[in-house]
Design a binder for this molecule. Structure first.
Ligand code: NAI
Ligand code: MG
Length: 491
């Protein structure tokens, strides 16, 4: 007999459900050993350098420039010259052609960019491949469409570009934040000096090659790498007309203080502590998926992460039980493995911040749950974490953790849910889970948050404006609203 038996001998039937490794190829990316700053369409040799690493292995990937005030000065001068020498007066339809080209090139090279994003930042390849890259390209496509329609977007207001925009971006979505910043600025006829975050400069540097391929005129986009000191030198520079910043509330506030009275325009996209509110009439399994996506997506390094779960008391127990079960199926590990759900923490510093806040949560009396998972020895890792028994006053309910850590609170009535959701200095996003359409609208009107998702979470679209209330910042990115911060109006 029997085939079946013979197969059994050879263990052709899986004995457990462990996935085999499915690594994406690293060879898709060819890195240089050393990068300078991208200024005036070419590379300038940095005076000072540092090593950028892979947070999942701690290996050095490349040496990059630590931008000085002098480097920043050269970049601003190049941007100013490009603004004056034709970019600002180019017909919108011509500017659009460059943006369309950039969008198409990002699509063509998306695998290469996705691998590099995961290597340098630690996020799972399936996220960089399926979220970051498609959205970055979509953003350029979207704003390419506006470039020749500004007169229609702002009728009778005579829109004109501002000049040189200084753009400072964070490490959680390096290429996507670059796209959010560059696309509207260029569509409106501005030139740019961009500073990527210190831990994730590589996709921005690779992007300079896309600019070369698109034949963007020299100096329209300049990239200076480095840490907060480079960012500060850029903000201080007299030659810039606008600052667009995404990052911590602390640095955002200091930039606002610094710019007061200078006439430079400012938009700030800062932290968040979003409530994900689950009512007892919702589709529970769907809500569990939304909660997981809300806080464990991108290791929780998301400004609009659903970091506070507000569960209606009547479903608290089954919800938490389902959630814990679901957590046990999350695969933590190699960012380049296509099966990975939760990758590496972006940096040692961020891991220390997360660890410190989680310790505070335990000390304050919250109950911690982490599924059993084996974390790699090298690199920076944190297991998906849920805190129950959380009081509103605890630090883990108030402060942005920016890691894979969820705090669960409860409520009884919609009024109480609103009050608790709004009990935060932030106001970036919120989620509502209920089958009742009228309740969704009732909640959305009362939640002090720039984005309110209903029966979904962490959904982005270039046509939809994104931004905060209160300490989450001001100004909107995306959509028609996202054009306005890059224009002045000659009314
Ligand atoms: P950060 O605000 O220091 O860094 C963000 C960007 O600002 C980076 O490019 C950095 O080089 C630059 N920067 C730092 N100091 C500056 C200064 N004085 N002037 C101009 N630019 C400056 O954020 P960090 O230290 O990386 O993270 C701290 C916390 O901030 C995180 O734990 C998280 O809670 C929050 N954060 C929020 C982000 C968001 O998307 N809203 C993004 C990154 C961090
Ligand atoms: Mg900082």
């Amino acid at each position: 007999m029997t085939d079946i038996e013979r197969k059994r001998d050879r263990a052709a039937v899986p004995t457990d459900w462990t996935y085999a490794p499915a690594p994406e190829s690293r060879d898709l990316v060819r890195l240089r050993e050393r990068y300078g700053h991208f200024v005036g369409g070419g590379w300038i040799e940095p005076a000072d350098t540092y090593a950028t690493i892979s947070p999942s292995t701690e290996e050095t990937l490349a040496t990059v420039g630590q931008g000085t005030a002098e480097d920043v000065d050269r970049a601003v001068a190049a941007a100013r010259a490009a603004f004056a020498n034709g970019w600002s007066s180019l017909p919108g339809s011509e500017r659009a052609k460059y943006l369309f080209r950039i969008a198409r090139l990002l699509q063509e090279r998306s695998r290469e960019f996705a691998v590099l994003e995961s290597l340098n930042g630690g996020k799972p390849i399936k996220e960089s491949r399926d979220v970051d890259l498609p959205l970055a390209a979509a953003h350029f496509f979207y704003y390419a469409g506006w470039a020749d329609k500004l007169e229609y977007a702002f009728p009778n207001r005579r829109p004109a570009p501002l000049g040189v925009a200084a753009q400072i971006i964070p490490w959680n979505f390096p290429l996507l934040m670059l796209a959010w910043k560059l696309a509207p600025a260029l569509a409106c006829g501005n030139t740019v000096v961009l500073k990527p975050a210190e831990t994730t400069p590589l996709t921005a540097l690779l992007f300079c090659d896309v600019l070369r391929q698109a034949e963007l005129p020299p100096g329209v986009v300049n990239v200076v790498t480095g840490d907060g000191r480079t960012g500060a030198a850029l903000v201080e520079h007299d030659g810039i007309d606008k600052v667009a910043f995404t990052g911590s509330t602390e640095v955002g506030k200091s930039i606002q203080r610094q710019l007061a009275g200078t006439g430079k325009k400012l938009t700030l996209e800062l932290g968040g502590k979003a409530a994900n509110i689950v009512f007892d009439d919702c589709a529970l399994d769907q809500a569990v998926e939304g909660i997981v996506n809300g806080i464990y997506f991108n290791q929780g390094h998301v400004c609009c992460a659903g970091s506070r779960l507000l569960a209606q008391e009547s479903i608290y127990e089954p919800l938490v039980e389902k959630l814990k079960k679901r957590l046990e199926t999350l695969r933590v590990g190699d960012p380049l493995d296509k099966n990975t759900d939760v990758g590496a923490i972006n940096s040692k510093l961020q891991l220390e911040r997360i660890t410190e806040l989680v310790e505070a949560g335990k000390e304050e009396g919250a109950e911690i749950f982490q599924p059993p998972c084996r974390l790699p020895e090298k690199g920076y890792w944190f297991a998906p974490t849920v805190f129950t028994n959380v009081a509103q006053s605890y630090r883990i309910a108030q402060e942005e953790i920016f890691g894979p850590v969820l705090s669960v609170l409860t409520f009884r009535t919609p009024e109480e849910a609103v009050e608790k959701a709004n009990n935060t200095p932030y106001g970036l996003s919120a989620g509502v889970w209920t089958e009742k359409g009228s309740r969704i609208l009732w909640m959305a009107q009362r939640l002090r948050a720039g984005v309110v998702w209903a029966n979904t979470f962490n959904r982005f679209d270039p046509a939809s404006p994104f931004g905060g209330y209160k300490e989450s910042g001001f100004g909107r990115e995306g959509g028609l609203h996202g054009l306005e911060p890059y224009l002045r109006f000659e009314e």
